[in-house]
Design a protein around this ligand. Sequence first.
Ligand code: AMP
Length: 186
Amino acid sequence: MRILLMGPPGAGKGTQAALLAQRLSIPHISTGDIFRANVSQGTPLGRKAQEYMDKGEYVPDDVTNAMVRDRLTWEDAVNGFILDGYPRTTAQVSELDAMLADAGIGLDVVVELHAQPEVLLQRMVKRAADQGRSDDDPTVIRRRLEVYAAETAPLLEVYGQRNLLRQVDGIGDIADVTSRLVAAVS
Ligand code: AMP
């Protein structure tokens, strides 16, 4: 299965994508995780990405697109994947369309995990305390939510028009949300 998981920052995408990937035995491809790994290893890509991540802005499309294009060619992605955090802009949608078309494949389903803004804020404040993510600072959180609304929320319409979109309530116990997701992709 080729699944795209969407939703605002704090909706629980990372946690749920990892659980779903395990359930379906397909890789979880998170652009945020790849960027964070590069930041912690101090690679040139990480240094470039960090400038943007720390401000709550998106990393430029050319950098992000090239990274995903490469990741999708890995052997483990042959039978499917869960994309988490990509695409996030309309330009990235076109780029992903081209990558998939080149490979002769397509997305099976796009799932939106949704939650009210107050819940998102609470979760991110808690995550800042638990994990110390540098982009979970209150000013940066606000900016990330704004950027999502402006740049990424419009993508839901695009996938809705393609009849690929399913919506899942992201509020509740982790296991309950996973069950809803499994049902939505089945
Ligand atoms: P995430 O873990 O998905 O919330 O991503 C953390 C940060 O990584 C984002 O706030 C962006 O700065 C950057 N990032 C992740 N995915 C993308 C993407 N598809 N395009 C641009 N920037 C991204």
